[in-house]
Write a protein that binds this ligand. Structure first.
Ligand SMILES: Nc1ncnc2c1ncn2[C@@H]1O[C@H](COP(=O)(O)OP(=O)(O)OP(=O)(O)O)[C@@H](O)[C@H]1O
Length: 360
């Protein structure tokens, strides 16, 4: 395999780290812009990889180049405090005796960053009402917003986010995701985002690194990796595909019509102007199949598709990979339904998805 290239437009990470019963061994070239998600099961080495990049693992060997700067090679090892990374962890790590503003000023002053940066992130992360408060009086989501701002006002060259939402409940996660989207869009620096939530990958990632047991299983543009059928992702309970979609309109009841390569789809979601580009995740278990088009059911999303292949799953289920107008789809049905419809590769079917199963 060719060696990953290293240039001003890329992040080169070649790191090896041995611990008792665990070995991290990665060789990656990541884009030096946008959000690269690092995804994989618990204990696969995601946090260790971030710690290596931050310079917090003294035993790690290898090479690290970030946008033209060498942080580590055979002759060099830049110490952690000179790597100019911003980090946010699961818990905010704010200084409890200081106000929000003083926490932000602390990192900002140490970095000697411009005042506009401080003002910019206070505004973009909607922090003005919180500035006088102490971290202990904030909700978990508010604390993480402050932690994000604190990392960004130190003018880092790279932002490392280690499961920043995992201590929050689903509602709080939903509230903070738009702020993370703003960071990804406006920070102008690459973001490495460790998570084990597929929804966060689907929503935020431009690039995806899939890890298992200390190694990289797959890496590439996020949608390509998410939609691959040959990776463990496709066997998870929440397996699905992610489609690029464009908002056409929203009706009086809040139902969005979305244009995708698979066809027009209806989904629920917040008000978004026509033309807005977004990603739509369709889980395999939300897709049912019919041999004919049924307009007499409550199902709103009816897509003509062709069966590409069929894989048996444990527990009497099967997963079908479908082609729908050039877009991939997954459908998970019972083996009994497969036999009842006598489904085979190459057959034409109608893929049916409830609109309430889709969240735009
Ligand atoms: N400080 C440490 N000392 C010794 N072993 C460690 C240490 N930190 C992590 N490990 C081990 O290294 C391996 C990788 O851990 P790591 O935290 O990087 O995984 P992870 O993918 O981030 O997991 P999770 O999703 O559960 O946070 C695991 O086997 C873990 O037990």
């Amino acid at each position: 395999m060719a060696e990953p290239a290293a240039g001003h437009d890329s992040i080169r990470v070649r790191q090896a780290l041995a611990r008792d019963g665990f070995r991290l061994d990665v060789d990656l070239a990541l884009p030096a812009r946008g959000c690269s998600a690092v995804f994989g099961p618990s204990g696969c080495g995601k946090s260790s990889l971030l710690r290596c990049i931050a310079g917090l693992e003294p035993a790690a060997h290898g090479e690290l180049r970030v946008a033209g700067r060498t942080w580590q090679d055979a002759a060099t090892r830049v110490p952690a405090h000179r790597r100019e990374v911003g980090m946010v962890f699961q818990h905010s790590g704010l200084l409890p005796h200081l106000s929000v503003l003083a926490n932000l000023r602390y990192g900002w002053q140490r970095a000697g960053a411009p005042a506009t940066l401080l003002e910019q992130w206070i505004e973009r992360l909607a922090l003005p009402p919180l500035l006088a408060r102490k971290p202990g009086s904030l909700s978990g989501g508010e604390r993480q917003r402050v932690a994000l701002a604190r990392a960004l006002v130190s003018a880092p060259r790279l932002l490392l986010l280690d499961e920043p939402l995992s201590a929050l409940d689903a509602e709080r996660r939903g509230e903070i995701l738009p702020f993370l989207e703003a960071v990804r869009r406006d920070a102008g620096i690459p973001v490495l985002y460790v998570t084990h939530a597929v929804e966060e990958v689907a929503r935020l990632a431009d690039h995806l690194v899939l890890m298992d047991a200390g190694r990289v299983l797959a890496t590439g543009p996020a949608l390509d990796v998410l939609n691959r059928a040959d990776l463990p992702l496709a066997l998870r309970d929440d397996a699905g595909v992610v489609l690029q979609a464009r908002v056409e309109q929203r009706d009086a009841h809040g139902l969005l019509s979305l244009r995708t390569a698979a066809g027009l789809l209806y989904a629920h979601g917040p008000e978004q102007p026509p033309g807005t580009a977004l990603r739509l995740r369709i889980q395999a278990r939300d897709v049912s199949l019919a041999l004919q088009r049924h307009d007499d059911s409550s199902l709103l999303n009816l897509l003509p598709a062709t069966v590409a292949d069929i894989a048996a799953l444990p527990g009497g289920q099967v997963q079908l990979r479908l082609e729908a107008g050039g877009a991939p789809l997954l459908a998970r049905i019972s083996h009994r339904s497969l036999e009842r419809l006598a489904l085979r590769p190459g057959m034409a079917v109608w893929a049916q998805v409830k609109a309430v199963a889709l969240l735009a």
